[in-house]
Design a protein around this ligand. Structure first.
Ligand code: FAD
Length: 254
């Protein structure tokens, strides 16, 4: 039995590891996935993240966190980075890095924003923009373990072209094994779009479900204002605060 107050995931010693980029995939015009070869990777739990450290030739160091996109079952560790044009680190990771380049990572980090197949469902996953990354690790893990846990994934994006992993999500949802993916497009919609077309709110969460009475485990990830608005809406719908797990990616709206 778990010790009250103990972390859900046993911490691993945090050492910096030099990783090599083995594949670069353009996910959208603004986001790239980097598949990494990580020496002595200790393994991770879906939902965890890494610290990335870049060191310039003059010794200047920049550190940022990036969620792990790959399932724990994957041989390679993958990150998906959205390019923020005036950013310091993301334009390099999602624009300049090429196969064979190296940088340092530390991790995996994070114990409470995690899901294992044996935790079961139902699950409600709510993503704002690149907040989909750690939730995708959960969805991939769920598929790798043939979990079948009832899962609603609500993805909020500015436009259809900005949705990460679109084809893979379509394929996973078409398996009809309990994963349902719902989109809301907040800025522009393709012709004939019949899905949601507004920011995530309480009525949308109530429609998507599962209802608070089913006590789903809820994971919400995205820009800070998105996460706060969604968490407030969930609590207003009666979800117990301890069932609502949140991860905030950045200080500004997205
Ligand atoms: C636990 C955790 C996991 C994360 N996982 C991912 C991930 O999987 N993929 C990913 O792309 N990012 C992720 N992030 C965000 C990432 O750490 C950086 O903040 C982001 O890449 C911007 O870094 P930068 O150096 O390019 O921008 P900075 O130079 O730090 O900032 C430039 C400008 O962009 C604004 N800004 C910073 N971060 C964001 C943001 N996330 N959204 C909108 N505006 C922002 C700043 O306020 C500033 O105005 C995660 C953050 C955390 C805390």
């Amino acid at each position: 039995m778990a010790t009250p107050g103990a972390p859900l995931v046993a911490p691993v010693p945090l050492v910096w590891r030099l990783v090599t980029v083995v594949e670069v995939v353009d996910e959208t015009p603004h986001a790239r996935t980097l598949a990494l070869d990580v020496p002595d990777w200790p393994g991770h739990v879906a939902g965890q993240h890494l610290d990335v450290r870049l060191t310039a030739e003059d010794g200047y160091v920049a550190e940022r966190s990036y969620s792990i996109a790959s399932a724990p079952e994957d041989a390679r560790v993958a990150l998906t980075v959205e390019r923020i044009d005036d950013g310091e680190v993301s334009p390099y990771l999602a624009g300049e890095l090429v196969v064979g380049d190296q940088f340092e990572v530390r991790g995996p980090v994070g114990g409470h924003f995690t899901w294992r197949a044996q935790d079961g469902g139902p699950l409600l996953l709510v993503a704002g923009g690149s907040g989909l990354v750690p939730l995708m690790a959960m969805v991939r893990h769920r598929a790798a373990r043939a979990s079948g846990a009832a899962t609603e994934l609500l993805v909020s994006s500015r436009e259809r072209e900005a949705v990460l992993y679109r084809d893979e999500l379509e394929r996973l949802a078409s398996a009809e094994d309990g994963l349902n993916v719902v989109y809301t497009l907040t800025r522009s919609r393709p012709a004939g779009w019949s899905g949601y077309a507004r920011r995530v709110d309480a009525p949308m969460l109530a429609e998507v479900g599962p209802a608070a009475s089913a006590s789903p485990r809820v994971f919400v990830c995205g820009p800070t204002p998105f996460v706060e608005a969604v968490a407030d809406a969930l609590v207003s719908l009666g979800h117990a605060a301890e069932n609502v797990h949140t991860e905030r990616f950045g200080p500004t709206g997205g």
